[in-house]
Write a protein that binds this ligand. Structure first.
Ligand SMILES: Cc1cc2nc3c(=O)[nH]c(=O)nc-3n(C[C@H](O)[C@H](O)[C@H](O)COP(=O)(O)OP(=O)(O)OC[C@H]3O[C@@H](n4cnc5c(N)ncnc54)[C@H](O)[C@@H]3O)c2cc1C
Length: 342
């Protein structure tokens, strides 16, 4: 009997487990999660919790309780300029991410997946599955061991603020700071009038993110009490390799996040689903090809944009901002999700 070991009981690991079992009940699937609980742990909160799905893909639509509200409006600030987007219903959510992951865990168990919590995998030598799924997030446990940890990474810092004057339950706000990154203000739990306020930058600049965020809060006059702090590394775009021998990398360890927005939830779920199907149908060799095909366009766009915009910054910062404005509009258009208002 085929056995699959999955490292990580979060979005990527659980979507893989569910996908395998849905396609092929006879495969043994074990999820190893280092925390005591699925979802309701620190990693479960390590996120801004904004989640949008491509309109043709509603397989992973959150059910009530696993999201706080739909996102219907996005406001993006680029320098002095403001772009406003209306977002169609049914494609963008503020997740209650801990609950969402916990529901995926329950679904996996119902399908016959074994979940071992409080079980940290320290090395590949701990596992004997025919296939291994590394869904351990960023940075990847296994890629570190195998010295395969390539790919651009960003760094983030986020505070959850309660009773905030910036709480609007269906509206997200993003403030771009050139090519280097952006601040975000996303709503969270309406009962607490919470917002997730964060900053994400491309890693190599060595900024003090906490100081920058405090300065941003002062400038924007964001009030309320900080009740939770998180952050850490995020993969920017695809993280190769996607497969190594019998190991498939899923979620942050391979699909990474959308380079322009840092969204990784959708990619984690999708890559897990594809990896699961490939294993269930004995088509593992096709996994890298499919993953590449799904997400490569975003990487190509970003790789073209980044150096050109850096040159623009040196010539004329206003030109760079103008370019960023077009870049964001272009991204919105390609994703088919948003209607540009003004
Ligand atoms: C501050 C911040 C804000 C973000 N905001 C957004 C956002 O608003 N929208 C969005 O789409 N994306 C956002 N992201 C990115 C998103 O959170 C990730 O892309 C997504 O969580 C990736 O899912 P994953 O399943 O691959 O990994 P993770 O969700 O990181 O899960 C990895 C799992 O593996 C477990 N694990 C790790 N090592 C081991 C081990 N050795 N043994 C056993 N278990 C292990 C962990 O405990 C965890 O449960 C944000 C990220 C950060 C850091």
């Amino acid at each position: 009997m085929t056995k699959v070991d999955i490292i990580g009981g979060s979005l990527g690991g659980l979507s893989t487990a569910i996908s395998i079992k849905e396609q092929n009940k006879s495969i043994d699937v074990i999820v190893h999660e280092k925390h005591k609980k699925i979802g309701y742990n620190h990693e479960g909160r390590r996120c801004g919790e904004a989640y949008s799905i491509e309109k043709e893909w509603n397989r992973w639509t959150p059910r009530k309780k696993s999201y706080y509200d739909e996102i219907r409006r996005g406001i993006i600030y680029i320098g002095e300029k403001k772009q406003e987007y209306t977002i169609k219903s049914g494609i963008a959510y503020i997740l209650n991410r801990q609950e969402f992951i916990s529901q995926l865990g329950k679904q996996a168990i119902e399908l016959g997946v074994e979940i071992q919590t409080n079980h940290k995998i320290k090395s590949l030598s701990n596992l004997d599955g025919d296939y291994i799924i590394d869904a351990s997030g960023c940075p990847s446990t296994i890629k570190r061991e195998l010295n395969l940890n390539k790919g651009l990474k960003g760094v983030t810092y986020q505070q959850t603020i309660e009773n905030s004057n910036y709480f609007i339950s269906d509206t997200i706000k993003i403030y771009y700071i050139g090519v280097f990154g952006y601040y975000w203000i996303f709503p969270r739990d309406p009962k607490k009038k919470e917002v997730n306020v964060g900053i994400g930058v491309v890693k190599d600049f060595g900024y003090n993110l906490k100081n920058l965020l405090e300065e941003f809060k002062r400038k924007q006059n964001i009030t309320g009490e900080v009740n939770y702090v998180t952050g850490g590394l995020v993969p920017v775009g695809l993280q190769r390799p996607f497969k190594y021998k019998n190991i498939l990398f899923v979620g942050d360890t391979s699909a990474g996040s959308f380079p322009s927005s840092g969204q990784g939830i959708y990619r984690a779920l999708l890559s897990g689903e594809v990896a699961g199907k490939c294993i269930a149908h004995n088509q593992v060799h096709r996994y890298p090809y499919i993953l590449n095909k799904m997400f490569i366009k975003w990487d190509v766009m970003y790789k073209l944009f980044r150096p050109i915009n850096r040159i623009c910054i040196n010539i004329n910062p206003n030109l760079a901002l103008k370019m960023l404005e077009y870049w964001i509009k272009f991204n919105a258009k390609v994703s088919h999700q948003f209607d540009i208002k003004k």
